[in-house]
Write a protein that binds this ligand. Sequence first.
Ligand code: FAD
Length: 468
Amino acid sequence: MVMGDIVTGCDVLVIGGGPGGYTAAIRASQLGKDVILVEKYDLGGVCVYRGCIPSKTLIHAANFIYDLKNPGMGIKSSVEFDFKKLQQGKFEVVKKLRDGIGYLCKKYGVEVLRGEAYLESSDKARISLQDGTTSTLKFENAIIATGSRPQEFPGFPYDGKLVINSNEALGLSKVPESMIIIGAGYIGIELGTMFAKLGTKVKIIQRSSRILTKFDPEVVEVVSQKMKKLGIEIYLNSRPEGIRKEKDRAVVTISDKEGNKTELAADKILVAVGVRPNSEGLGLENTKVGLDNNGFIKVDEKRRTTDAKIYSVGDVAGPPFLAHKAFREGKVAAEAIAGLPSAFDNRAIPETVFSDPEIACVGMDEESARASGFEISTGRFPFRASGGALTLDRTEGFVKVVANKKNGEILGVHIVGENASYLISEASLAIEMAAVLEDLAGTIHPHPTLPEALAEAAEAALGKAIHI
Ligand code: FAD
């Protein structure tokens, strides 16, 4: 183990304690490896501190507040909320998860060091510990799981006050009156919707002709309509060109495709234009680890880098930037190091947007299926025809199934609607198991529930839908 400046060793050094890193560390330890995990801040990484968990806690609260204000079904209500207390509640959730990860590391025998790791070679790392001491650690294998950070937008440097990133937006002590969001990817849309529901006047600037460009346009349309209802203004085909400060507000000049300029003012500018990999300052130049053109670490299906001793998982190893992809990769890398025949051979990775209503997709959409050479059949079931959705008074959206016309194999499922983030798991399993439409259609789903819509969409694709 590590003591002062003495060179000591371990089987597996994991750098970074986010979803990819701590999962890899625990799995490697379960498989009998002597594991040291080095984390420079706190266990849990972006997901627990600045990403999934704080955002979903606040989104849940904002949805709850909005629903209380708009209960429908003849219910009357009034609602007040204390944003500071809400933020405290969020931090309690974060703390529980951080402590839980610490407990799990201890339980499975992972030694956790607080400090920063720097690779001196393919089998040695210098660890600058939080107590000011430095140690050198020899390892058999390393797993780099250093994650990513918010990307800057040229001309809009973060100052933590007026121009903020998602982390700072999630930590605000009061709800801003107005906010301009640069970027309409999932983070911009989720946080924009959340703040709008808490009372912020939100304007979103998007360079391309639509929001959430990665998702099926039909699915996204449902969310766009709801955002309009929430009073969110979306400026498509627009580019932020400059910012000036006026008292405590920012005035942003945007320019459209024709070069027409408009000025928008707000209390906060949230930049949400993607992420940069944390691959610098790690000493990778002292190893054979290769990077792609965008600075992400190149990995194979075992998550091994171009340096045979070093593996990499999570955001730093490339898109999609999702905690569940990092979890899976962490297990694969640990198992590969332990000699198991593991590989990241998943057929599809589900992606979710916690918008209103939620979006969740897995596998190919119609366009990508056709581009891959499939002749396809599709089935669509609207939630307005679902008994389960009607009982919940949540009838927006639909389920769309895309299948191979030749043999019925399910290629993709796209959901927009209440609890889409939960519904997608059945579709992920279906794709992972190479299920065909008949499998989904013939599975008995409890009534009246939202998941019935998956079976109904499969029936629709088979031309034997009952309820539409
Ligand atoms: P990270 O979580 O980034 O962890 C990397 C860790 O490495 C950090 O703790 C860092 O301190 C440490 N580190 C870096 N360099 C060193 C070093 N040299 N030495 C020691 N330690 C180091 N994903 C989802 O799946 N669902 C969601 O709903 C979701 N919502 C999100 C919302 C927001 C606002 C954001 C920003 C992200 C969201 N994500 C979501 C993405 C998710 O958070 C990331 O994909 C995930 O955290 C990546 O995990 P990771 O292990 O690769 O890296």
